[in-house]
Write a protein that binds this ligand. Structure first.
Ligand SMILES: Cc1cc2nc3c(=O)[nH]c(=O)nc-3n(C[C@H](O)[C@H](O)[C@H](O)COP(=O)(O)OP(=O)(O)OC[C@H]3O[C@@H](n4cnc5c(N)ncnc54)[C@H](O)[C@@H]3O)c2cc1C
Length: 248
């Protein structure tokens, strides 16, 4: 086994809903930036079966991951079967550019996630950086039904602790709109103006930075809608307004 791989034990397991779990692991990682990912693996038929997972933990905290079970997937059903105390392999080599260090300063930071795409944003919001750099933060979380809204209490508490500068907007595709939640899909709620009305925060190139993480359809549709409004995609050598992490 090469040097960066080691074993870790599951020390915390939060099952938010069927097929959605947060795993807390023991051990430490080398220094990383919130939003980065590492590879997790299990030995299957004597081979290391690995996949990438975003860290939902802040740097310096025990590693935490927010996972969806892909029922016909190779690794996730096995990761879901691990009880507290179960062992897995972790590559202690954080990677990735989906971090606030790559996001220019702006008045408002919009974070769009579907499903487990929320994980890297939880990691970022647990650090001081977004609160020091952005006057307003809007988290848009698209899920099927209200019980899939993982981390809801923590997001509310973080907002309260930071002068209500965070607005959390759940978007439910299969549940009706209740309370703070909107019904439908994120791209539609963006194009028809419901997100901005709900947050009271305009999206425009002069004041806005956007990070997107989640299903390919959401990423593509939101990116297209934002580009239609003058925001540009960020490239390594040409910083723009739209920063994307693609899970598949
Ligand atoms: C940089 C990066 C970070 C990632 N971070 C996370 C994370 O924090 N949490 C997480 O759950 N996944 C994350 N993924 C996806 C993860 O690496 C695996 O693809 C996923 O867990 C499926 O693995 P599997 O072996 O069970 O499925 P596979 O046998 O590899 O099947 C893959 C198929 O599963 C579907 N799929 C993959 N990921 C998801 C998902 N999250 N929700 C719904 N369908 C999916 C897609 O159709 C994909 O083609 C990340 C991927 C990348 C590239």
């Amino acid at each position: 086994m090469d040097d960066d791989w080691g074993t870790a034990r599951v020390v915390r397991r939060v099952e938010w809903a069927d097929g959605l779990v947060t795993l807390g692991l023991d051990g430490e990682l080398p220094p990383f930036a919130a939003g980065q990912y590492v590879n997790l693996a299990l030995f299957v038929d004597d081979k290391r079966l690995k996949r990438s997972y975003s860290l939902a933990s802040a740097p310096g905290e025990p590693p935490e991951f927010f996972l969806r079970r892909v029922d016909d997937g190779s690794l996730t059903p096995r990761l879901f079967a691990l009880p507290v105390g179960g062992e897995l392999l972790i590559e202690r080599k954080p990677r990735g550019l989906f971090t606030l260090g790559h996001v220019p300063d702006a008045e408002a930071l919009w974070l769009f996630a579907t499903g487990t795409g929320l994980g890297p944003f939880v990691g970022m919001l647990r650090t001081v950086e977004p609160w020091a750099r952005f006057a307003r933060i809007v988290v848009v979380h698209g899920v099927r039904v209200a019980r899939d809204l993982a981390y809801r209490d923590e997001l509310r508490a973080l907002s309260k602790r930071n002068g209500d500068r965070l607005t959390w907007i759940p978007v439910l595709s299969r549940d009706p709109s209740v309370g703070d939640a909107l019904h439908g899909r994120i791209p539609a709620a963006l194009t028809d103006g419901r997100l901005e009305t709900s947050a009271g925060v305009p999206i425009d190139p002069a004041s806005t930075q956007v990070m997107l993480c989640g299903s390919p359809a959401m990423l593509d549709d939101v990116e297209r809608a934002l580009e239609g409004r003058g925001l540009t995609k960020s490239r390594p050598k040409r910083p723009g307004h739209i920063h994307v992490e693609r899970y598949w």
